[in-house]
Design a protein around this ligand. Structure first.
Ligand code: SAH
Ligand code: SF4
Ligand code: F3S
Length: 439
């Protein structure tokens, strides 16, 4: 029996798919890359922006013919989209050939839900309204054998006014430090070299626990684990980024010099409407503090254009901030109305054409800055963790710098999994070309 999982959305969702894979493999399913070979297809969905949803509905539609060919095929839909009001019922109504719909709070129950779905004649739906307690020790089948994702905190308490995540992922729930440490120790034993700690706001880690530990404390513990060479984390909320965290990154050798620090907008009026709890000035101050303590640190961000009420002047402030901060790279988005969030009903929604135009101008600026920043690396030697062999690039090796930049270089496959020094010869906008340093 074979399975195939399609995943949309963030790394948390990618990691949830690794857990689903783990459970399926315990049920003796094996992974297949081919949809038409699969006995079960799971769609793990995202609803952070409308286009993510449109893609999912399109995809469910495309699966109808596979079900015709193989009536025993099981189709399941899970993830954030299903937690929204009425979506599970809409799927069952419009796509009656879907066997199972389940939400984000009962992922651990998947084997049982699958059983029930097989026995049910109609679409079996189980979407819980409230988050359950964290279930540990679920099986995981990871996509990579060098780098691993480790979720440290589920949910989000921030309620940024545009964002659906708190409604579909529930309140913040931190995993116990001992569980995280145990998981990372096991990963190290298995030969994993790099871990990325995941959470919608990793800086909140521990606030909901009875123990004293905070995010810095957790990082210090993980930094001690032998075998792990690199520690990354995302996402950090600027309002909670403490001085102690800056010093922890500076002190702990394994923690990589890269911070993903979504700014979202450059106008204080818009930031307030977004419910972000910081000003442009405070954000810039934070970046300056990080750079003064960790000069080599790369800083990346997320930016939304066209939030309700954003004027040309507000947008200009975003461009000014981008110019001033000089991000290494940025994910840029057009504001997307999410039903149920406060911003969806705010007045002065911005015209689609204006939003697109702002996005293009922002991307042009950021691309120019990314290229300039990368140019500074020309001739420099950087540490790269060799991740793999890129067939499309004429057999080149690839890997990432500690600052999370992708590097391509010639070398033998034996180097995969090792840390090497690479001299950057040709920096580009999104990637770097280099040669292995022999000395
Ligand atoms: N917890 C993380 C990531 C949340 S989702 C954080 O706080 O940064 C990733 C990004 O999607 C966000 O940073 C934001 O830039 C974008 N995003 C979220 N909701 C959106 C919406 N309604 N429209 C457009 N972009 C959105
Ligand atoms: Fe959404 Fe804000 Fe929470 Fe990030 S911090 S997940 S943008 S509500
Ligand atoms: Fe999307 Fe859910 Fe992640 S809405 S961005 S998959 S938390």
């Amino acid at each position: 029996m074979k399975y195939h999982i399609l995943t949309w959305g963030c790394q948390m969702n990618e990691h949830d798919s690794e857990v689903l894979s783990g459970m399926l493999e315990e049920m003796n399913y094996t992974r297949t890359e081919k949809l038409n070979e699969a006995d079960i297809i799971i769609l793990n969905t995202c609803c952070v922006r409308e286009n993510a949803e449109i893609k999912v509905f399109g995809r469910i539609g495309q699966l109808k013919h596979l079900k015709h060919k193989n009536p025993n095929l099981i189709i399941a839909v899970c993830g954030c989209m299903t937690q929204q009001k009425g979506v599970a019922e809409k799927i069952a109504k419009n796509f009656p050939y879907v066997d199972l719909v389940f939400g984000t709070y009962n992922l651990d129950n998947f084997p049982e839900l699958l059983q029930k779905a097989v026995q049910s004649k109609t679409t079996f739906i189980e979407v819980l309204e409230k988050e359950e307690k964290i279930i540990e020790n679920l099986p995981v089948s990871r996509a990579d054998n060098l780098k691993a994702w480790v979720t440290i905190i589920y949910g989000c308490n921030n309620f940024c006014s545009y964002c659906i995540v708190p409604y579909v992922r529930g309140r913040e729930r931190s995993r116990l430090p001992k569980e995280i440490i145990k998981e990372v120790e096991r990963l190290a034993e298995k030969g994993y070299k790099e871990i990325t700690l995941l959470g919608q706001n990793v800086n909140s880690y521990g606030k909901d626990l009875k123990t004293e530990i905070d995010f810095s404390g957790l990082l210090k513990e993980l930094n001690k684990i032998n075998g792990i060479e690199r520690i990354r984390f995302m996402t950090s909320h600027p309002k909670d980024f403490s001085d102690s965290l800056i010093f922890t990154i500076k002190e702990c050798k394994k923690i990589c010099e890269h911070i993903h620090l979504p700014v979202q907008a450059g106008s204080n009026k818009v930031l307030k409407m977004m419910n972000r709890h910081y000003t442009k000035e405070r954000y810039i101050e934070l970046v300056e503090k990080i750079r003064s303590e960790i000069p080599e640190c790369s800083i990346t961000t997320d930016i939304i254009v066209g939030f309700p009420g954003e004027t040309e002047e507000d947008f200009q402030e975003t461009l000014d901030l981008v110019e001033k901060v000089e991000f290494d790279s940025a994910f840029t988005f057009v504001y997307s109305k999410r039903t149920g969030t406060p911003a969806a009903t705010m007045p002065c929604q911005v015209d689609e054409r204006i939003k697109k135009n702002r996005l293009e101008r922002l991307m042009d600026l950021q691309n120019r800055i990314s290229k300039q920043k990368n140019q500074l690396l020309k001739g420099k030697t950087v540490e790269v963790l060799v991740e793999g062999y890129d067939k499309s690039k004429k057999g080149k090796l690839f890997g990432r710098t500690r600052t999370n930049k992708l590097v391509h270089f010639d070398g033998s496959k034996e180097l995969i999994g090792r840390l090497v020094n690479v001299k950057i010869t040709n920096p580009k906008t999104w990637t770097l070309d280099g040669v292995i340093n022999q000395d």
